[in-house]
Design a protein around this ligand. Structure first.
Ligand code: G6P
Length: 367
């Protein structure tokens, strides 16, 4: 078994490092460097022509991918999008827009609640179903109308890493395919594809920050709680960062949209509560800066992951990790990689079973 890990101590670390290759493999473009509808299966073009809304259903880390996709689908494709965890979605009475595409997201393609959500969807509720899965021939793949297979390769670590980032590539490709029909210009689509093509480079640059992230991780080992803040599309990335830390290091971590800090969690901030901020250099940065000030003035220690061109500098009680400068649209993917490494190093130093965290299963096939 250890031979499969190559030079790595854990599958999780190996899988984190496989991301540049997995992301490039998932970005399958046609000869004209475009996202072809057929990538989503036979008949995708006819379905995509009719889509007026998107309902995303998933569990765990895959749910976070759906939450990121909502920002893309609404902003770039102008499509109303709802995202819900499968175990909630399936047990409530819903009101559905006409011509809604049901999108399930699942690494394994076997998660019981996600599969049940697909199976329970009443005929006529949805225009069609599309699954984004990493395992060919899995139940969700067999039972969905349309399929996009991510090319992450086998993922062994229970905490999902490369499956998540490849799901995000798939979801941005879906956004481009749907957006083209809804006012996304060819120039903008080309920009998005170019950003995706350079994504493996930005992820590689992030992997090169591994030692710096390992240094930061030491501040978390003795803590029992941590707070993750993000704004906009980085809020779900903060959620994913918090989930990773919980899963493998057993540190209680919560994610908040940065603006909600003053509505509750600020009461918890002191020198025992590290606060991680995912703060790319976008138009919301200034507001996030004032939130960060609130944390610092209460004795909290801040860990800011920020674009190296954003003008954030380390100072007492604020440690900044300078992230590669890259297009806004791929930042959720690039920042995820840094947070994966942070959790990994905290867990290793705490001596937990990184690849098989207690009580968790890779694939949850019971309800
Ligand atoms: C389990 C795994 C998670 C995963 C979730 C959904 O909880 O431990 O890593 O995100 O299931 O799995 P899926 O295969 O549907 O993506």
């Amino acid at each position: 078994e250890s031979a499969d890990k190559g030079a790595f101590d854990h599958y999780m670390l190996k899988e984190i490092y496989e991301q540049p290759r997995a992301l490039a493999a998932t970005l399958a473009l046609d000869a004209r460097h475009r996202v072809a509808d057929e990538l989503f299966g036979e008949g995708a073009a006819a379905v995509f022509d009719k889509v007026q809304a998107v309902q995303i259903v998933a569990c765990g880390t895959s749910f976070h991918a759906g939450m990121v996709a909502r920002y893309w689908l609404e902003e770039l494709a102008g499509l109303p999008c709802q995202v819900e965890v499968a175990s909630e979605f399936r047990y409530r009475k819903r009101v559905q827009h006409d011509n809604t595409l049901l999108v399930t997201i699942s690494q394994s393609g076997e998660t019981a609640d996600t599969l049940a959500a697909l199976r329970d969807a009443a005929p006529g509720d949805f225009l069609a179903s599309l699954v984004i899965a990493n395992v060919d021939n899995s139940s969700l793949v067999r039972e969905s109308d349309l399929v996009f297979l991510t090319r992450a390769g086998v993922e062994i670590g229970v905490a999902s890493t490369k499956a998540f980032t490849t799901q995000l590539v798939a979801l941005l490709m879906l956004t481009i395919a749907l957006g083209r029909r809804r006012g996304l210009s060819e120039d903008r689509a080309t920009d998005l594809v170019n950003a995706l093509q350079r994504l493996p480079e930005y992820v590689q640059e992030t992997l090169e920050l591994d030692r710096d992230i390992e240094d930061l991780s030491e501040a978390f080992i003795a803590k029992h709680h941590a707070l993750f803040l993000g704004r906009g599309i980085q809020y779900p990335i903060a959620m994913e960062g918090a989930l990773k830390l919980k899963e493998i290091s057993y540190i209680h971590a919560e994610a908040y949209p940065a603006g909600e800090l003053k509505h509750g969690p600020l009461a918890l901030v002191d020198n025992n509560m590290p606060v991680v901020a995912v703060a790319p250099g976008d138009d919301l940065l200034e507001k996030l800066k004032s939130n960060l000030e609130e944390v610092r003035s209460r004795g909290g220690e801040l860990f800011v992951f920020a674009d190296r061109q954003a003008g954030f500098a380390s100072e007492p009680r604020v440690r900044v990790l300078n992230m590669p400068h890259c297009p806004e649209v791929v930042k959720p993917i690039v920042y995820t990689v840094a947070l994966q490494l942070l959790s990994y190093h905290v867990a290793v130093q705490k001596g937990t079973d990184v690849d098989k965290p207690r009580n968790l299963a890779k694939s949850v096939t019971v309800e």
